[in-house]
Design a protein around this ligand. Structure first.
Ligand code: HEC
Length: 136
């Protein structure tokens, strides 16, 4: 049988493509829906910097809770302890505040709104459930 040069070129292109797709199936999946872990420094801290820092930053002298660095966020406050419980977003005070269901202090953060978008809240929830690590 005589294979035309066009078919040969098609095969040459097809074989690496199929090999690549098959080998890709073995890539690790960290959770059911999303293969990317949330980045603390790229995705989480910027949310606090934009929405929270003017009340929860070092410039604000009576800030009970500092949200300007990872260590401060994880330290929580002497009043209510940690606000982030790694692996437990529903038990984390910071998530309860973002959802307006906190039972201590003002139930909603920011207290006078505007509430964060569902997407921003979901990013923080996912970060906490992934272990609330100081990821790049
Ligand atoms: C307008 C000022 C203001 C803004 C903006 C603000 N907060 Fe607050 N926040 C406060 C004050 C005042 C308290 C202490 C009283 C209270 O808990 O209601 C507080 C308390 C908290 C607490 C509870 C700390 C504890 O241990 O009791 C959390 C968690 C919190 N804020 C998270 C946030 C987050 C996250 C944002 C941004 C999305 C935010 N806040 C934005 C003023 C603010």
């Amino acid at each position: 049988m005589n294979i035309s040069w066009k078919s040969k070129i098609a095969l040459l292109l097809l074989v690496p493509l199929l090999t690549y797709q098959c080998s890709d199936k073995g890539s690790p999946v960290q959770n059911g829906t999303d293969t990317e872990l949330v980045s603390y420094s790229m995705e989480v801290q910027p949310i606090f910097d934009v929405n929270c820092i003017f009340c929860h930053g070092p410039e604000f002298s009576n800030a009970v809770l500092l949200l300007n660095t990872y260590d401060h966020i994880m330290a929580g406050t002497s009043d209510n302890g940690p606000v982030v419980i790694p692996g437990n977003s529903t038990g984390s005070l910071i998530v309860q505040k973002l959802q307006g269901i906190a039972s201590v202090g003002s139930p909603l953060m920011p207290p006078d709104g505007p509430v964060l978008s569902l997407e921003e809240i979901q990013t923080i929830i996912q970060w906490i459930d992934e272990g609330a690590m100081n990821t790049e």
